[in-house]
Structures are given as structure tokens and as C-alpha cells.
Design a binder for this molecule. Structure first.
Ligand code: NAI
Ligand code: MG
Length: 491
């Protein structure tokens, strides 16, 4: 896949020979229907849309655009499977099905990784080493809980909720599907899931896995479409629980739609996390952590370290080293194993990032980008930093969701903590220091769901994840993630 124009050289960097992941093991249909009641069916809406490869702008497949009647069909299939099979099944048996999904995903990991990179633009190294293994790990982890809910909630009786409607974004397509489906099934619920319109393919491939794992028809239904389809799931009266990951803006709409209904919900929304570097930190490791925190997955990460707070006495050194490291990052063909930064997920997202770069400059920030040649086709953004920005600047306050880092300095602990918390968001944070006491003070002071110390962007199925403030409601992952899918009744 690496064409000469995809292969990038940059001043002062190295030239690598292309090392493309082969795609001959990838099997994609030209057209996908909706996975309802255990089989792929044509949408009653009659509509289809293209999903494209953001690195080449070529269409990969046509995908159904589910209308309200289609969503209704999916919810009814889920209800039937819930009442007749899944909620009645012995928990241990349910666990076996979930283990089976996990094992098949592992077996087909190479294919899933390639499709994730083709459809969404993320580097193959990430989809291969992060997205797909973590998705399988989530199924393994929650499979284990299926027959142990009594231990998760001692003295309580955990009953399933019914049908879970799940709407997920494009930044970690299969992983978000796993985060949502695995705990729902383990607790005895059935599912209607909608992947994002720019990245539907791994969810549709997951539907194939679910069919191969012989799950009773209707236990998992996958419907594709855009915001309207998502809204139809949220508003459907037959749905008992909504799980959403995406923008704060849509999260607000969903909260409004659910107010006054008995539906339970979890919302995982935006973020504007600060990575805080103290002078006593191991600077080289911290720089690597910053790079991982914001350039990982093109900055399409809700918990990205999109702000850097660096102690004044080491600011020059850190910024110098960061710029040097940025020069070595390879932007280009997502399927190339050398690529560090792949394609921006969609033209819309690229336009949004580009508009923030303008805003940042208008606000008086100094922008630095690496001098890389970008391919002519596809959506690309070189790694970018802003220095000389103020707390009130939009590039410091708002979620950009691209490889763009806003850098500020601080003098002492209190100033760092105040700046870190000066944001409407509260999803994550990072602290870099040699002193354990400072780590403890900082992690208890930052109002955010996950805080990494001397590392960043590490995920594990056993760890709960979720936000404070405008970053969301509820927790996913770990024991806490089960809570969102059960009714514990009265004590
Ligand atoms: P979005 O929130 O519109 O999309 C997320 C999912 O929600 C998609 O499946 C979409 O089809 C669905 N959706 C859209 N409107 C809906 C509605 N009214 N009711 C129910 N479902 C609906 O996010 P979008 O527009 O793709 O990205 C915009 C911004 O959101 C990004 O620039 C980024 O800042 C943020 N974002 C945050 C994510 C996170 O993981 N927290 C993931 C994706 C985007
Ligand atoms: Mg796509």
C-alpha cells in the first residue's frame, strides 16, 4: 500500500524503506446489510452509504443506513432474545459464549487490525498492538464475571436490565464495541450497537464473529448509520439502557432525551487532559510520555494529554527535546509498520483541527509543526505544538481531537494543580515526577477519572474508566463497569 507519495521524508529525519502490512488476508464484502436477529439483512430504509479509507479517500465498502423501522426491528430482535434465551441462560453458559468471541477475535487479530487501519486511518502498529488485543482482553475479562456476579455485588441480587442501546465513536471502533458489548452480555443483557459512520467495518466483522460463535440470534444486533440512527436507538421505548461514547455536544442531547425516562445511562465524553512535568522528573521518559499522550492515534483520544504543563526551570529543555523527538515521527501510510502518525479520521475532523490551528495562531500562540511532506490524497495533520498560550485561549480550553499540544509553564505545585483543573473536562491526567508524595498529592487533587503517573495512555480491562464534570457520567471497565448493566434492586 505504500506508494511513493505515501512515503514521507522530512528534513533531518531518516528515510525508511516501506514496510507495509499485507492485506491479502483481509476479506471485505462490497456491501453490508444490518446484523439483526443473527443474520445480515437489507435495510428497510433502502439506503446505503460508503465508508472510505481516510488515507486514500477510496471507498472500502457500502454500508446500510438504518432508519427508524430498522432500529425498531433490531430492538425487537434484542428483546426477544433477551426474554426467551439470554436472560434465562445459566450465567456459566453465557460466559462460554463470551470466551468464544474473545478466542475468535484473537485468531483473526491480523485481519481485524488491518481493517481497523484501513477504515479509520490509525497506524497498524496501534491497531495490531493496542486496539485488537485490548478488545479481545475485554471479552476475556467480562466472560470471567458472567458467573461471578454474586461476588461482584455481595449480598445483592444482580439482575440484567434488558436491552442495551450502544452508540460508539470512530477513534477506537472495535475496542469501544468490546467495552460496551462484553459487560452487557456478561450481565445477561442483549444489545443493539451502532458503530460510527466513518468506521463501521470492524463492528460488522465482529457481527460475523458473533455469528461464528453461535450466539443465540438477536443477542447482539449491529446497525449502521449516522447521528439519526443513533438518536433512534436512544429514543426507542424498548431500550432499557444507553451507553454512549462521543462528543460532549451529543452527550448533552442524549441526556436531554433520556431525562424523565427510566433508562439507565453511561456517557463517556470529551477531555482536555494535562500532562504535568515537574523539574525532578526523568525528562527523557517524560518527553516520550508526552509524545505518546498526544500523538498516539493522531490525538483522536478522549483521554489524550492535549495540554502540557511543564515546570518553568525545565521548560526550555523539555520543549527542545520534544521538538527533536517530533522530527523523528513518521506521518503517513497507516498500514506501514514504521508509521507513528496515520491519517486523520475524516475530512470533517481534519477541517475541525485546521480551524483550531488558525484560532491558536490568532490567539497569539507560537505554532511549531514538523516539516514533513504530506501525501496529496487523504487527510493528514503533522504533529503540532503551541507555546506562548494563555489559560483562557481556546486551544487550551477546548477539545481539538487531533495531534495538537498546547504547552504552558508553572512555577510550583499549586499553580500546576490549579491550571490542570481549570477546564470543563475531567477525564484523565498525567504526572511526571521522581517523588511519590507529589504523585499522591497530585492524583488526589486532579478532578479526573484516570490519572497516570510516570506513564500515559495505559489501558487494562480491570481498570475503571470514565469522567468527572463534562467528561461524562458513569464508569466502564473493571468491576465498576458491571454496575452500569445490572439492576441491584432494593437492599
Ligand atoms: P459524535 O458525538 O457526533 O459521534 C459519536 C457517535 O454518536 C457516532 O456513532 C454518531 O453517529 C453518533 N451520534 C451523532 N449524533 C447523535 C445523536 N443526536 N444521537 C445519538 N447518536 C448520535 O462525534 P463526531 O461528530 O464524530 O466528532 C465530533 C467531536 O467529538 C470530535 O472532534 C471530538 O472532539 C469529539 N469526540 C469524542 C470522542 C470520545 O471518545 N470522547 C469520540 C469521537 C468524537
Ligand atoms: Mg472509513
Amino acid at each position: 500500500m505504500a506508494t511513493p507519495e505515501n512515503k514521507l521524508a522530512f528534513d533531518g529525519g531518516w528515510e525508511y524503506d516501506p514496510a507495509p502490512e499485507s492485506t491479502d488476508h483481509v476479506s471485505l464484502k462490497k456491501r453490508y446489510g444490518l446484523f439483526i436477529g443473527g443474520e445480515f439483512t437489507a435495510p428497510q430504509s433502502g439506503r446505503y452509504f460508503d465508508t472510505i479509507n481516510p488515507a486514500t479517500e477510496e471507498a472500502l465498502a457500502r454500508v446500510a443506513d438504518a432508519g427508524e423501522a430498522d432500529v425498531d426491528r433490531a430492538v425487537r430482535a434484542a428483546r426477544k432474545a433477551y426474554s426467551e434465551r439470554w436472560s434465562r441462560m445459566r450465567p456459566k453458559e453465557r460466559g462460554k459464549y463470551i470466551y468464544r468471541i474473545a478466542r475468535i477475535l484473537q485468531e483473526r487479530a491480523r485481519e481485524f487490525a488491518a481493517i481497523e487501519s484501513l477504515d479509520g486511518g490509525k497506524p497498524i502498529r496501534e491497531s495490531r498492538d493496542v486496539d485488537i488485543p485490548l478488545a479481545a482482553a475485554h471479552f476475556f475479562y467480562y466472560a470471567g464475571w458472567a458467573d461471578k456476579l454474586d461476588y461482584a455485588f455481595p449480598g445483592r441480587r444482580a439482575r440484567p436490565l434488558g436491552v442495551a442501546g450502544q452508540v460508539i465513536p470512530w477513534n477506537f471502533p472495535l475496542l469501544m464495541a468490546a467495552w460496551k458489548i462484553a459487560p452487557a452480555l456478561a450481565c445477561g443483557n442483549t444489545v443493539v450497537l451502532k458503530p460510527a459512520e466513518t468506521t463501521p467495518l470492524t463492528a460488522l466483522k465482529l457481527a460475523e464473529v458473533i455469528a461464528d460463535a453461535d450466539l443465540p440470534p438477536g443477542v447482539v444486533n449491529i446497525v449502521t448509520g449516522a447521528g439519526k440512527t443513533g438518536a433512534a436507538i436512544v429514543e426507542h421505548k424498548g431500550v432499557n439502557k444507553i451507553a454512549f461514547t462521543g462528543s460532549t455536544q451529543v452527550g448533552r442531547l442524549i441526556m436531554r432525551a433520556l431525562a424523565g425516562t427510566p433508562k439507565k445511562y453511561t456517557l463517556e465524553l470529551g477531555g482536555k487532559a494535562a500532562n504535568i512535568i515537574f523539574a525532578d522528573a526523568a525528562i527523557d521518559q517524560a518527553v516520550e510520555g508526552i509524545v505518546n499522550g498526544i500523538f498516539f492515534n493522531q490525538g483522536h483520544v478522549c483521554c489524550a494529554g492535549s495540554r502540557l504543563l511543564v515546570q518553568e526551570s525545565v521548560a526550555d529543555e523539555v520543549i527542545e527535546k520534544l521538538k527533536d523527538r517530533m522530527q523523528t515521527l513518521i506521518v503517513g501510510d497507516p498500514l506501514d509498520k514504521n508509521t507513528d502518525i496515520g491519517a486523520i479520521n475524516s475530512r470533517m475532523q481534519l477541517d475541525k483541527i485546521a480551524s483550531y490551528l488558525k484560532v491558536g495562531e490568532q490567539e497569539g500562540g507560537a505554532m511549531f509543526q514538523t516539516a514533513c511532506r504530506l501525501p496529496k490524497k487523504g487527510y493528514w495533520c503533522p504533529p503540532t505544538i503551541f507555546t506562548g498560550v494563555a489559560q483562557s485561549n481556546r486551544v487550551v480550553q477546548e477539545e481539538i481531537f487531533g495531534p495538537v499540544l498546547a504547552i504552558q509553564t508553572f512555577r510550583d505545585f499549586d499553580e500546576a494543580l490549579a491550571k490542570a483543573n481549570n477546564t470543563p473536562y475531567g477525564l484523565s491526567g498525567g504526572v511526571w515526577t521522581d517523588k511519590g508524595a507529589k504523585i499522591f498529592r497530585m492524583t488526589s487533587g486532579i478532578r479526573a477519572g484516570v490519572i497516570w503517573a510516570n506513564t500515559f495512555n495505559k489501558f487494562d480491562p480491570t481498570a475503571p474508566f470514565g469522567g468527572y464534570k463534562e467528561s461524562g457520567v458513569g464508569r466502564e471497565g473493571g468491576l465498576h463497569g458491571l454496575d452500569a448493566y445490572v439492576d441491584l434492586g432494593a437492599r
